[in-house]
Design a protein around this ligand. Structure first.
Ligand SMILES: [Zn+2]
Length: 106
């Protein structure tokens, strides 16, 4: 996917280069790619992004985001049901209910 002539200088060759912890952005979210393969011109140093590589980053980003969402909402179904019923009967904040549930469980 690399090894073609650089469009910036017209003379150098674009070589695949691996960057560790490469910082990029998706919309307004910063994202660090653990291992990013970017084409770098051996003459002028211009960076050439590959569409397939970009897609791979986006996929990685989506997976990480999903994993984060899953950990924040993960709680046993029984606790979730308890929480719902408690919320219906009492008008207190969710954190107060969770504190109470933890106290009851221990
Ligand atoms: Zn170049």
């Amino acid at each position: 996917m690399f090894g073609y002539k650089c469009q910036e200088c017209g003379q150098g060759t674009v070589q695949p280069t691996t960057f560790r912890n490469y910082e990029t952005r998706f919309g307004k979210r910063p994202f660090v790619v653990p291992e990013a393969v970017i084409g770098v011109c051996d003459l002028c140093g211009a960076q050439h992004f590959n569409a397939r590589e970009w897609k791979r980053w986006r996929q990685l980003h989506a997976e990480q985001h999903e994993a984060r969402v899953k950990t924040t909402v993960s709680m046993p179904a029984s606790v979730h049901l308890k929480l719902q019923s408690l919320r219906k009967t009492r008008k207190c904040s969710q954190s107060a209910i969770i504190t109470e549930l933890i106290r009851n469980a221990s």
